[in-house]
Write a protein that binds this ligand. Structure first.
Ligand code: ADP
Length: 304
């Protein structure tokens, strides 16, 4: 049995289609990442799974139960961490945790071993007010609060947004530890590099999944060769390369440019000749990664 099974889920707000007939499943114990830009519909999806946004149509099964019929039971078996961490800023670390535990009629001690991998670093700050914690610490406290009742499914809405890079990496390790306890994790993000911690990802845009699969499978499906261009005049080179007849797609990629050719009849040498006015421009082959796949899928959506 899958932990989560979503069929034809649709949710609109007035004229905005936040979720447009989406179907997917998440296996028990899997980490599933929903990756997409702002406004794509990620929060609405996570909120729907958390029983907080009512679908217009479609079905959601969580742990074999129907979300609409069994939402009360489901709520005891899921942990939800909203995008804006739902902490009481005036309460201490310990008081926040006690509050969330009390909602489920348990004490912190009952389930301490569940939150221990996350809470370990917060121990010295037990008496500090939540409002006085750093972003990374707030994130860990919010996660501890979402976990304290020992949920079977953890739903995290952009848990690493606005968190510093070091805390972000720590957070990935923590999710790995939580997964080892058999908890199914669904999270949303706009950071492409977070695919590395996922068993399965869904690239999400405008209320729809453009593709779903294991990160390596998705990257392998990208059949066209990709080339990388380096130059000191990156932006000028980008504009020029976009004018080349062999260019299907060309975009900035960190401190370089990635270019996809229309077909195999175009060569890197021909591109280099076209860019001859930029003496330092170097063209070399690279492996496609998830960001390239996303750009490619967005491009095919635009051009049909
Ligand atoms: P994301 O989390 O990917 O940024 P959201 O799920 O927050 O995306 O939003 C998807 C779309 O739905 C956006 O266009 C947003 O403005 C709209 N939307 C989300 N929640 C509401 C709401 N409560 N009322 C009206 N529009 C909403």
């Amino acid at each position: 049995m899958n932990a989560i099974e979503v069929q034809h889920l649709t949710k609109t707000f007035g004229k905005t289609t936040a979720l447009g007939d989406i179907s997917f499943s998440v296996a028990q114990g899997e980490i599933f990442g929903t990756i997409g830009p702002d406004g794509a519909g990620k929060s609405t999806l996570i909120r729907s799974l958390a029983t907080l946004a009512l679908p217009d149509s479609g079905t959601i099964q969580m742990l074999g139960m129907d979300l609409l019929k069994d939402y009360k039971t489901i709520r005891t078996k899921i942990g939800y961490m909203p995008e804006i961490f739902s902490l009481y800023q005036d309460l201490t670390v310990e008081e926040n945790l006690e509050f969330y535990a009390s909602l489920f009629d348990i004490s912190i001690a009952d389930n301490y071993q569940i939150i221990e991998p996350v809470f370990r670093q917060l121990e010295p700050f037990r008496k500090r007010r939540a409002g006085k914690l750093s972003g990374g610490m707030k994130q860990k406290l919010a996660l501890s609060c979402a976990l304290i009742h020992n949920p079977q499914i953890l739903l995290l809405d952009e848990p690493t947004r606005g968190v510093d890079p070091v805390s972000r990496k720590e957070f990935w390790n923590i999710l790995g530890d939580i997964k080892k306890q058999g908890i199914t994790i669904v999270f949303s993000t706009s950071y492409m590099d977070e695919v590395s911690i996922c068993d399965k990802i869904g690239l999400f845009n405008k209320g729809k999944f453009l593709c779903i699969g294991a990160p390596a499978e998705i990257a392998d499906e990208f059949a066209d060769p990709i080339y990388l261009i380096k130059s000191a005049q990156l932006y000028k080179v980008l504009l020029k390369a976009r004018q080349w007849e062999g260019t299907r797609q060309c975009y900035m990629f960190g401190d370089s440019i990635h270019i996809v050719f229309k077909d195999g009849s175009y060569s890197p040498e021909a591109l280099k000749t076209f860019l001859a006015e930029f003496a330092d421009a170097e063209v070399s082959a690279v492996e496609a990664n998830i960001e390239d796949c996303f750009m490619n899928l967005l491009n095919s959506e635009r051009h049909g």
